[in-house]
Design a protein around this ligand. Structure first.
Ligand code: ADP
Length: 482
């Protein structure tokens, strides 16, 4: 169990307040102490410098000049703040400024002895008995057998330190709670979007996909979270729409064959009278079942290709030869449809891939070209090398594809012909794309309705190696899917 509050904003504010308290509790006293030490050092330094200056003055202009300078110095200050005394090494006072504010303050013998022993000026702090004011006193030699004693009030420094103490206490009492409050407010503001994301996620979990989180400019991390979250909702929405469409398409495509199977069976039951008629009905049913099975198998093939590209067997494949074989295979179909099928290939080297899948991909593209081109048209298969890639192009002069359809044709079960009068399940191109991507390439389409289409598959070539005879694969050339 934790004593911290539940909400993140309150926790952040608490942490911040804790950090503030810790920082100021340690930082301010340390800072205060350091300032005190620096001020004290500064004052000591000034006093020692004064001794040195009087020493220099004695050396250059004699003791009378020193006395005059002492008088001049005392004249510009309040006599209660400062005094100077000239002493002998035995502590006897030779000369002193107005001492009326310092009754009964005898020179410190101990300090004088230490000065005489070591030559260094000696410092001490005195408290005036009459008012409790503190003074800093320095003793230093300025001439042979003559010491100067300078005492200066510490009151301005004390006042300054007192003011600083008030200021620091004020900072502590005002800044800490205020800072914590501001921190809490900022944390709440920043986390408002996160809260909104949570609420939207809850709404989505309840099935409401039309919600978005408002993007507010409150820090790039949160803005990124919100933008990514919104993009994710859009993506989920698109996927769900695509899935719905796909399910509709599957239902639509299965309904036809199933209805025909049922009609065949009914017809056979009601009206078939001879074995031949039953045979014919069974053959029709078989054909429809074959179509359904083919559709299901192709769907599985696409999924398998998309999911497990690396697990497929890999061969060295010559794309030029692949294209020539496809043209050879489809020549009779082209003749039948009175479409000119041309093959323009150049030697491009080899690529590493699954021969069977690549054959099926090319067969699909050529089959589509012939299927969607009216008599008198032309289909051209071209293979050409571009640096370390090979481009396989299948161009036709057929019906073309409208722009909105062009973006969807590589999705499963998408067919542009709404009447679905032509054969096919709308799976061929999704298989082509799965194969191209599984081989590290991609497929694109350029098309103009009424003028024709150009499908381009780009695949990476393998490193050069001596060619392997492939003639035996022609007989086993795969037939199109979809
Ligand atoms: P299908 O088995 O229906 O041909 P595909 O995935 O191969 O399935 O093609 C999807 C849709 O794309 C086709 O139904 C057709 O409308 C359109 N399409 C494919 N290739 C061509 C082409 N060469 N010319 C015109 N339309 C095409």
């Amino acid at each position: 169990m934790t004593l911290l509050p539940d909400s993140l904003a309150s926790r952040l504010a608490l942490w911040q307040a804790g950090t503030f308290v810790l920082f100021f509790s340690i930082g301010l006293p340390v800072f205060y102490h350091l300032i005190g030490v620096v001020a004290q050092n500064r004052m000591d330094q000034d006093l020692i410098e004064d001794i040195e200056e009087f020493h220099d003055l004695w050396r250059s202009e004699g003791i009378q000049r020193v006395r005059r300078e002492i008088q001049r110095e005392i004249g510009s200050d309040d006599p209660s703040d400062l005094y100077l005394r000239l002493l002998t090494s035995s502590g006897e006072v030779l000369y002193a400024t107005d001492m009326s504010h310092w009754k009964n303050i005898a020179p410190n013998r101990h300090a004088i002895d230490r000065v005489i022993a070591g030559d260094d000026p000696q410092l001490e702090t005195l408290t005036r008995a009459s008012d409790g004011d503190q003074f800093r006193v320095v003793y230093g030699i300025i001439a042979p057998d003559q010491l100067l004693e300078i005492a200066e009030t510490l009151e301005p420094q004390k006042d300054f330190m007192e003011l600083l103490l008030h200021l620091f206490v004020g900072i502590y009492l005002v800044v800490v709670p205020f800072g914590a409050l501001v921190g809490w407010w900022l944390a709440r503001r920043a986390l408002r979007s996160v809260e909104e994301v949570s609420l939207t996620a809850e709404a989505i979990a309840d099935g409401n996909l039309n919600r978005h989180v408002t993007v507010r400019p409150n820090g790039s991390e949160i803005t990124r979270l919100v933008t990514t979250f919104n993009a994710m909702i859009d993506r989920v929405q698109t996927l769900i729409t695509a899935m719905r469409e796909m399910t509709d398409n599957i239902a639509h495509d299965m309904r036809g064959p199933l209805a025909r199977i049922r009609a065949n069976a009914e017809l056979a039951l009601v009206s078939a009278s001879s074995v031949d008629e039953f045979r014919e009905s069974a053959a029709d049913t078989l054909e429809e079942c074959e179509r359904l099975l083919q559709m299901i198998n192709t769907t599985l093939d696409v999924a398998e290709t998309e999911a497990g590209a690396g697990r497929q067997p890999r061969d060295r494949v010559d794309p030029a030869r692949l294209a020539s074989e496809a043209c050879e295979l489809f020549e009779p179909v082209a003749e039948d449809r009175r479409v000119t099928l041309t093959c323009k290939v150049q030697d491009c080297g080899e690529l590493t891939g699954n021969r069977q899948q690549l054959q099926r991909m090319l067969a699909n593209l050529v089959d589509n070209g012939l299927k969607f081109t009216d008599q008198g048209g032309a289909v051209t298969v071209a293979v050409e090398r571009n640096a370390d890639r090979v481009s396989i192009r299948v161009h036709d002069t057929g019906i073309g594809i409208a722009k909105p359809d062009r973006e969807r044709i590589f999705e499963r079960f998408v067919r542009c012909d709404p009447s679905r009068s032509r054969t096919g399940f709308g799976l061929g191109l999704s298989f082509c794309r799965a194969v191209a991507r599984a081989h590290g390439g991609d497929i694109t389409v350029a098309s103009e309705p009424g003028k024709g289409s150009l499908f381009t598959v780009t695949l990476p070539l393998a490193a050069q190696r001596s060619a392997v005879p492939e003639g035996e694969h022609l007989l086993a050339y795969s037939t199109p899917v979809g």
